[in-house]
Ligand binder design. Structure first.
Ligand SMILES: [Zn+2]
Ligand SMILES: [Zn+2]
Length: 157
């Protein structure tokens, strides 16, 4: 999805988000079905990545679980969703960063919950500096990074 527009902070009813998702699906010869809208909308309003089971529960069962699995598969193939592989082998999904914006994750080692965390630009610049310094040690040209902070969430600590 290089060159795709950055759409800013995500909101639940973001018509820009819907248009961008619809355009991506159309380019892949796919339609923006009710189930796909429900999954994208639910993820846009979530605090972090969700598994197919968690999506199914959040949508109050309005989309059958088998359909949720197929839907996340299609959305991942088209580049709208990216997988997040949890410490306990659970695969969760989130909107790709070209849609949701760059962010990091807080991963709870007790309950396995994953929360998004956005950070201010000056802190992000510091992270990029550190990432650049690490990469430079291996003559590696960095183009991005993923940062996961492991620990205990407020419910578990
Ligand atoms: Zn926890
Ligand atoms: Zn970052």
């Amino acid at each position: 999805m290089a060159g795709a527009p950055y759409l800013g902070e995500m909101t639940v009813t973001n018509s820009k988000l819907d248009k961008a998702v619809e355009a991506s699906l159309e380019a892949a010869g796919q339609r923006y079905t009710r189930a796909r809208r429900a999954v994208v909308g639910t993820l846009a309003g979530a605090d972090g990545p969700l598994s197919a089971g968690e999506l199914h529960a959040r949508m109050s069962g309005s989309v059958p679980l088998s359909s949720v699995y197929r839907t996340v598969g299609v959305l991942e193939e088209v580049g709208i969703l990216v997988p997040h592989f949890g410490v306990k082998g659970l695969t969760r999904y989130e909107l790709a960063e070209w849609i949701s914006g760059h962010h990091h994750h807080l991963v709870c080692v007790e309950c396995g919950n994953v929360d998004d965390v956005g950070i201010p630009a000056d802190l992000e610049a510091t992270i990029r500096e550190v990432v650049g310094a690490i990469a430079a040690r291996a003559s590696f040209d960095p183009v991005g990074h993923v940062l996961e902070i492991e620990g205990r969430c407020s419910r578990c600590s």
